[in-house]
Design a protein around this ligand. Structure first.
Ligand code: HEC
Length: 156
């Protein structure tokens, strides 16, 4: 009965592979502790720094402040959004067919980690489900826009 001797080791190997795979995925799943920590911190920072203009529920304010909920701009320009949080934006931009011309002030005092937490929050709220956006990825994006002039008067 050779098969009896082979099956248990095979099951053992299968269990190890399964455990390894689920371990690797756990940081990406929306209930991993790291994701939740980013998300909750990001939510607090959003309320503190962004919701005045974009509103708590992300709807923005008519033609003055663009919406974050359901924004085609946000979907297509994640790197630019990351840079915009630090440096602001003075160029007009179009969200869902509507042009916005008010400048958005930058917030240069936010750390790379805080920006990662904010983008994790906004990209997993309303109708977005992009998962955790890690600080190392955010730092890489930020280094590409380093040296831009900060829009607005919220200097460090
Ligand atoms: C003083 C008001 C104000 C604050 C505070 C502010 N924004 Fe903005 N935001 C704007 C305006 C105005 C624009 C449009 C900018 C332009 O047209 O140049 C904009 C544009 C954006 C956009 C791109 C357009 C869109 O709707 O998809 C995103 C994303 C965004 N802001 C996110 C944030 C986040 C996140 C924060 C907080 C860290 C923040 N904003 C803080 C006013 C603000």
């Amino acid at each position: 009965m050779q098969i009896r001797r082979i099956v248990p080791p095979l099951l053992f190997i299968a269990a190890i592979i399964l455990a390894a795979c689920s371990g690797r995925n756990s940081d990406r799943s929306s209930d991993s502790p790291k994701f939740l920590q980013y998300y909750r911190q990001g939510e607090q920072l959003y309320v503190q720094h962004c919701s005045n203009c974009h509103q708590r529920n992300g709807t923005g304010l008519r033609q003055v402040y663009p919406p974050l909920a359901n924004s085609d701009y946000m979907r297509g320009n994640r790197d630019e959004v990351i840079c915009m949080i630090r440096y602001g934006n003075a160029e007009p931009l179009v969200v869902n067919g509507i042009q916005f011309v008010q400048p958005m002030p930058g917030i240069p005092s936010l750390t790379d980690l805080e920006i990662a937490q904010i983008v994790t929050y906004i990209y997993n709220s309303w109708d977005y489900e992009e998962g955790i956006i890690e600080v190392k990825d955010v730092s890489e994006v930020l280094s590409a826009c380093e040296g831009r002039e900060v829009v607005g008067n919220k200097k460090m």
